[in-house]
Design a protein. Structure first.
Length: 109
């Protein structure tokens, strides 16, 4: 049974859909499962680690060769994460989300 594998990751929805159309024009079934979420919540694109372009595993070498030929010089951005950056991001969002302390008014007598 054939499985879908990710052959390319895009950070622009239009590029992903054009690549999908190009592969389908060459007779290769392609799927972009993240297109709807990135359309409605575009700011989640980086959190989802890009927009995946999937093909069947039997078609993956041909699809990858077509993509490399059609996208010369395109390098997939490297997502480098470390524990320090994760902890820093957690605490910065945590502390940035705290409400400003408001003084309580004294009740009128």
């Amino acid at each position: 049974m054939a499985k879908l594998v990710t052959v390319w990751v895009f950070y622009d929805r239009s590029e992903a859909l054009v690549a999908k159309s190009m592969l389908e024009a060459h007779g290769i079934y392609a799927d972009v499962p993240d297109w709807f979420l990135t359309t409605n919540a575009w700011h989640f694109t980086v959190a989802l680690q890009g927009i995946r372009l999937n093909v069947f595993d039997r078609d993956a070498p041909v699809a990858l060769e077509l993509l490399k030929r059609q996208l010369p010089g395109y390098e997939e951005p490297e997502a480098e994460a470390s524990i320090f950056s994760g902890v820093f991001a957690f605490f910065s969002f945590f502390f940035a989300g705290l409400p400003y302390p408001v003084r309580k008014r004294k009740p009128d007598d």
